[in-house]
Write a protein that binds this ligand. Structure first.
Ligand SMILES: [Ca+2]
Length: 308
């Protein structure tokens, strides 16, 4: 049975269906690098990736604390997954407050219980939602409603549909906690920050800077990466398409959690970040939706994660 529950917010009732990321010198440098890596036990770069940039770009990861956390892992910051061509950035370990961040217009829903979460393992996350080009290259056909530009996010993919895409490419969906930690990028506000507003905002009137949503989308998806990125360099975490995460949907525990993976039972999987038809509540850092794993809809896509 297809079923979705999408946070609507007080203004959404008027919307149809809404309810519902010299050569010798080169040789010497390589040897030095390898020696340093050995001395400091820095992990080797991922065998599955091409390194695009070792250290975080200060104009992208504009927060010095986040840059330090990324650098401390010893892993390259920005890579390209060789199998799919998907660009990914490193999300470092950290502790954050997960749950309820209200905006000026939208209060929190009952399923946004605040609790402390610690993530102990660094992971890579796609800079954008998976595009139609990336999907078609591996799966052979395009299920999306909105077409015309292959850099549009793939949609009308169910949680179940995503599993073979991930399995054949060594990828996975992020956990719900990983997703929210990545969205926030150190901020605690309803909407994540961007270079000009690094601390984020709860002002709904600024949502259009970071998101394609009901207020600016013209009722359709848009090519990925078109809005301001967050402090990790991730695009469209808010809006464009909802993103499936791995966890089942359910009430959060109230106590502190380490590397949570969600409820062990339940009929629905969680969706995060809102979409092109959302008025804003779902685009908040803590906004949650859910759907049965066979649900396909033109407001739902995904982004992938990968272990180093
Ligand atoms: Ca999104």
């Amino acid at each position: 049975m297809h079923r979705m529950r999408i946070p609507a917010g007080p203004l959404s009732a008027c919307l149809p269906l809404v309810a519902l990321l010299g050569a010798a010198n080169v040789q010497v440098a390589t040897s030095d690098s390898a020696a340093k890596r050995s001395e400091s036990k820095v992990p080797p770069p991922p065998v599955w990736a091409t390194v695009l940039e070792q250290s975080p770009d200060t104009t992208v990861v504009y927060d010095a604390g986040l840059r330090a956390a990324i650098t401390a892992t010893g892993l390259p910051w920005r890579v390209r997954d060789n199998g799919t061509g998907i660009e990914m950035v490193l999300i470092p370990p950290g502790t954050f407050s997960m749950g309820c961040s209200a905006s000026d217009s939208y209060s929190c829903n009952p399923d946004e219980t605040v609790h402390q979460v610690t993530l102990t393992q660094a992971f890579y996350l796609g800079r954008t939602e998976v595009t139609q080009a990336q999907w078609v290259a591996k799966m052979g056909s395009n299920p999306s409603k909105f077409t015309g530009d292959t850099s549009l996010p793939v949609e009308q993919v169910s949680w179940n549909d995503i599993q073979p895409f991930c399995a054949k490419n060594g990828l996975r969906l992020p956990s719900e906690a990983e997703w929210e930690y990545a969205y926030r990028a150190g901020t605690t506000t309803a909407f994540h920050g961007w270079a000009a507003t690094p601390s984020g905002t709860k002002d709904d009137k600024q949502l259009g800077t970071i998101a394609w949503f009901a207020g600016n989308s013209s009722k359709k998806t848009h090519p990925v990466g078109g809005k301001a990125a967050n402090g990790f360099g991730l695009f469209d975490m808010a809006g464009n398409v909802w993103e499936w995460v791995n966890d089942r949907h359910g009430d959060y525990p109230s106590g502190a959690q380490t590397n949570p993976t969600g409820p062990s039972s339940g009929d629905e999987r969680a969706l995060r970040g809102g979409d092109w038809s959302n008025r804003g509540s779902g685009c908040r850092a803590s906004g949650r939706g859910s759907g049965t794993p066979d649900s396909r809809h033109n407001i739902i896509g995904f982004r992938v994660a990968r272990n180093p």
